[in-house]
Structures are given as structure tokens and as C-alpha cells.
Design a protein around this ligand. Structure first.
Ligand code: DX5
Ligand code: ZN
Length: 219
């Protein structure tokens, strides 16, 4: 049976002056998750949004908030993002001294725990974490900005992650993030991805295009 593909628009590409309305528009257009990119200007060379904004956006959305934390240290902020309304918290192994402990803490907060691998981080980084994760995110660009090109070499890593997930028999989401277009989406899904993060490809053309843009990624 073909896998059910979920689309997670990254609000990094939304109009920041009207984020609440943008979230309502992408939900109406068929988004399955709302991907929120949190950047600190230290772990990645860009600064975006914090827990206060997540909290302000929560009433505008029905779908889960998929919060991608690109901040270091990450541990001191997990509780704040959980309280603000995150449903999943996804963390980079490089963002704290003890990724295993970080994931345990996310689980303790009752949230879905995700681990994310940068393009230069080997797949083996997840080998001792499989029992603690609900989501594995493979970065297909270097984190920090929207609108970058898909890094082809990550296809093999998506395949390797899919094998590891299937070996567990558990329902672990396999998400990809960066440079996703209808064309790269097809290749990522063929490699085993089931959740597609897309900023540019969803928001380009403005609200009247969102439904068509999301549909194009699904097919
Ligand atoms: C990059 C972010 C992505 C980004 C994707 O650091 O994690 O979520 O917004 O943007 P596009 O889809 O434009 O590559
Ligand atoms: Zn992201």
C-alpha cells in the first residue's frame, strides 16, 4: 500500500506580518502539520521566532505544531516550547551535550520527540536513539534559510533511515526538510520519506496558490 504522505508547510516562508492568517490559509489548503523553524543566530546564522510567538499562533491552528529547534543550547528551552503549544519538538544532536537525555525530556513533557540530521551528520547518529524517537528528520539543505537547493547526496540517508525505521516495526515518521519541490518530493518519497516540509514550494504565489502548491507536492 502506498504510504500516506503528510505535508508540513514551513512558516519561515510565510508573510511574518500576518502569521495567524497564513496558518489558517495553509490549513484550509490542506496542510497536515505546521512546521515552525526556530533559529537563534548562533546554532544557525539566522534568527526567527520564540515561544511567545508559538503561543500567540496556537489559537489560529487546529493541526499539530511541528517545532524544529535550531538553537544551542536547546535543553533550557524545551519546557517553554512545550507550554507554548508545540506538539512535536525536533532537536539536532549537535545542539546539546546529551541528545539521549534531551529526547527523554521531550517524551517526559508528553510531546513527540524528533531527531534531525544535518547533511554532514552521518545516519549512525540515530542508531542508539531509535527507541526514543517518534520522528526522524533528514535535512536536505544546511539549516538556516529557506529557498536553498536540495542536496542530492541525502537521498541515500533517507533510504538508510527508512530501513532503520522499518526494522523497529514502530510508527516513526520520516520527514525531509529543505529544497522540497514537486520533483524532489517525488525522489524523497521514493527513498522512503512520508512527511515533507516545504516553505518556498507552498507559499510561492500567495494564498490563492496554497491549495494547488500543496496538492502538487502530494502527487
Ligand atoms: C531550513 C528550515 C526549513 C526551510 C525550508 O533551515 O529548516 O524548514 O524553511 O525552506 P524551503 O522549503 O524553502 O527549502
Ligand atoms: Zn525546518
Amino acid at each position: 500500500m502506498p504510504r500516506q504522505i503528510k505535508i508540513a508547510p514551513s512558516i519561515l516562508s510565510a508573510d511574518f506580518s500576518r502569521l495567524g492568517a497564513e496558518i489558517e490559509a495553509i490549513e484550509a489548503a490542506g496542510a497536515d502539520l505546521i512546521h515552525i523553524d526556530v533559529m537563534d543566530g548562533h546554532f544557525v546564522p539566522n534568527i526567527t521566532i520564540g515561544p511567545m510567538v508559538v503561543k500567540a499562533l496556537r489559537p489560529h491552528a487546529k493541526k499539530p505544531f511541528d517545532v524544529h529547534l535550531m538553537i544551542s543550547p536547546v535543553d533550557p528551552y524545551l519546557d517553554a516550547f512545550a507550554e507554548a503549544g508545540a506538539d512535536g519538538l525536533t532537536v539536532h544532536p549537535e545542539a546539546g551535550p546529551h541528545i539521549h537525555r534531551t529526547l527523554q525530556h521531550i517524551r517526559k513533557l508528553g510531546k513527540k520527540a524528533g531527531v534531525v540530521l544535518n547533511p554532514g551528520t552521518p545516519i549512525e547518529a540515530i542508531d542508539n536513539l531509535m527507541d526514543l524517537v517518534d520522528l526522524i528528520l533528514i535535512m536536505t539543505v544546511n539549516p538556516g534559510f529557506g529557498g536553498q537547493s536540495f542536496i542530492e547526496s541525502q537521498i541515500g540517508k533517507i533510504e538508510a533511515a527508512r530501513k532503520r525505521i522499518d526494522a523497529t516495526g514502530r510508527n516513526i515518521a520520516l520527514e525531509v526538510d529543505g529544497g522540497i519541490t514537486p520533483e524532489t518530493a517525488r525522489r524523497a518519497v521514493a527513498a522512503g520519506a512520508d512527511t515533507l516540509v516545504a516553505g518556498t514550494a507552498v507559499f510561492q504565489g500567495g494564498p490563492s496558490r496554497y491549495a494547488a502548491n500543496i496538492a502538487a507536492l502530494r502527487t
